[in-house]
Design a protein around this ligand. Structure first.
Ligand code: NBP
Length: 477
């Protein structure tokens, strides 16, 4: 018998995806550059399902039913190109290559176009949920042709996470759409983590709570509208005590956050598309600032405010304020991310169903949260929604939260606690609210020094003022 799908690249992610497929009753062909991983998988997990180990590219390809479906799960970048070049010549028209690694969507677009010329389907697929997700059900974001999804879709939906019986997998759109959406997912993940981290910092800094106490606060929040995987694991990390020192775990970890690059890509593409994703950008910059030991010269050289804690009655209700500020800021971060997906869709001609994206993020992935059900509902009710901030439930929630949100940002500024995520989210919200922005003045400045022209509120056309002359006459450009 032949395999219905094959996985090449059997490090932690590929191995777990292969096991997930086999556990769902699919016969899986296995391949890895070096044989060791293939043998180990069969030795350790061979009893979980039907595997066909292959020790050469030819053997692997021959083990597959037609049209062949090959999942590549190797290190993103050159290794992916190397593997594609190894297999593509052995495949036949109509066969499908799935890249489930964390590729940049521009690479996926290039690869898809090249393989389409050769009669092959190339499906760049976002997979979120880490190794546990890969094994027990990830959130899966496939791009590529609609035709490829006909054969591949049922398999991927089968192994994806399920929420209320719905699979956390849907065809996102053509070529790089899946990897684009996965990229934005990761950008939102950065923003969400930053906001949670700022909440911790505020509770600790302004109120002087200990990590274990704050873990309890997060546990409580996790029973309400903030119910999410990230809040849940935050409580666990905060409650953890370092075995060696007996100190809170967060106090013995170096405070320099690392990144693998998908957050940075999100911001780079946000800039290219002209989408204001300030929450994601601040989160990436906050990690970058944390890593700059050379810049972090400390409070002796950079004096702070005279007081650093809330006292007595001031402290009352502050934790609830932080919960509301977190919720409102989180809505902004997601609103920005979904706008970026919309913008990517327009730029690259993808017809992306935003409600479906929210739906498949409800389970399996790192940002899974109850809240995504509300986002799904918002886009189902109004697919052309300009921003999540205007949709009924979120609009009301932010209106209700905003006094707290403003208090938290003001308090953080007064106490000298850095909250770039909260602050930028609030500035974005106020930017959207403002009847007039000082951009008018910027247009005046631009026209003054560079004759860049401006538009008027009362007449159509482009205008220039002769700033250097005494009469400052206006002319139509
Ligand atoms: P790695 O990203 O560590 O890649 C290791 C695999 O790539 C091994 O199978 C290795 O083969 C293979 N490989 C390399 Br490296 N260079 C190769 C080449 N030139 N030709 C053929 N194979 C090559 O594995 P991972 O952590 O399982 O991640 C796999 C993919 O999934 C990545 O793109 C990653 O970004 C993505 N991803 C990871 C996570 C996560 O939580 N880890 C989550 C979501 C997505 P070898 O055994 O012969 O060295």
């Amino acid at each position: 018998d032949k395999a219905s799908i094959g996985v090449t690249g059997l490090a932690v992610m590929g191995r777990n995806l292969a096991r997930n497929l086999a556990r769902h009753g699919h016969t899986v062909a296995l391949h890895n550059r070096t044989d060791k991983r293939t043998r180990e998988l069969v030795d350790q997990f061979g009893s979980e399902g039907e595997f066909i180990p292959a020790y050469s590219a030819r053997e692997f390809v021959d083990a597959l039913e037609r049209p062949r479906q090959i999942v590549i799960m190797v290190k993103a970048g050159e290794p992916t190109d190397a593997v594609i070049e190894e297999f593509a010549p052995l495949l036949e028209s109509g066969d499908v290559i799935v890249d489930a690694g964390n590729a940049h969507f521009a690479d996926t677009r290039r690869r898809e176009a090249q393989l389409r010329e050769r009669g092959l389907h190339f499906v760049g697929t976002g997979v979120s949920g880490g190794e546990e997700g890969a094994l027990h059900g990830p959130s899966i974001m496939p791009g590529g042709s609609k035709a490829s999804y006909e054969s591949l879709g049922p398999l991927l939906e089968d192994i994806s996470a399920k929420v209320d019986g719905d699979p956390c997998c849907t065809h996102i759109g053509a070529d790089g759409a899946g990897h684009f959406v996965k990229m934005v997912h990761n950008g939102i993940e950065y923003a969400d983590m930053q906001l949670i981290a700022e909440s911790f910092d505020l509770l600790r800094g302004a109120l002087g709570h200990e990590p274990a106490q704050i873990a309890e606060v997060f546990r409580t929040w996790n029973t309400g509208r903030l119910d999410s995987y990230l809040i849940e694991i935050t409580a666990q990390v905060l409650a953890h005590t370092d075995a060696g020192t007996g100190k809170p775990f967060v106090d013995v970890v170096a405070d320099q956050a690392e990144q693998k690059g998908t957050g940075r890509w999100t911001v780079q593409i946000g800039l290219d598309l002209g989408v204001p994703i300030s929450g994601i950008a601040e989160a990436v910059f906050a990690r970058s600032l944390s890593g700059h030991a050379d810049l972090r010269i400390g409070s002796r050289e950079l004096p702070g405010p005279s007081r650093s804690k809330l006292k007595g009655a001031e402290a009352e209700g502050f934790a609830d304020d932080v919960e509301r500020a977190l919720y409102a800021s989180k809505i902004v971060a997601y609103a920005q991310g979904f706008n970026q997906i919309q913008a990517g869709g327009s730029e690259y001609g993808w017809d992306i169903d935003l409600g479906a994206v929210a739906s498949i993020w409800r389970g399996g992935c790192i940002i899974r949260a109850k809240f995504l059900d509300d986002i799904r509902g918002a886009y189902e009710a109004e697919p052309g929604l300009p921003t999540l901030l205007t949709s009924g439930g979120f609009n009301a929630a932010v209106a209700d939260a905003q006094d707290s949100w403003r208090r938290v940002v003001a308090t953080a500024a007064q106490l000298g606690i850095p909250t770039p995520g909260f602050s930028t989210a609030l500035a974005y919200y106020d930017g959207l609210r403002a009847p007039r922005l000082p951009a008018a003045l910027i247009q005046g400045q631009r026209d003054f020094f560079g004759a860049h022209t401006y538009r008027r509120t009362d007449r159509d056309g482009a205008f220039h003022t002769a700033w250097a002359t005494d009469d400052r006459a206006e002319s139509e450009a």
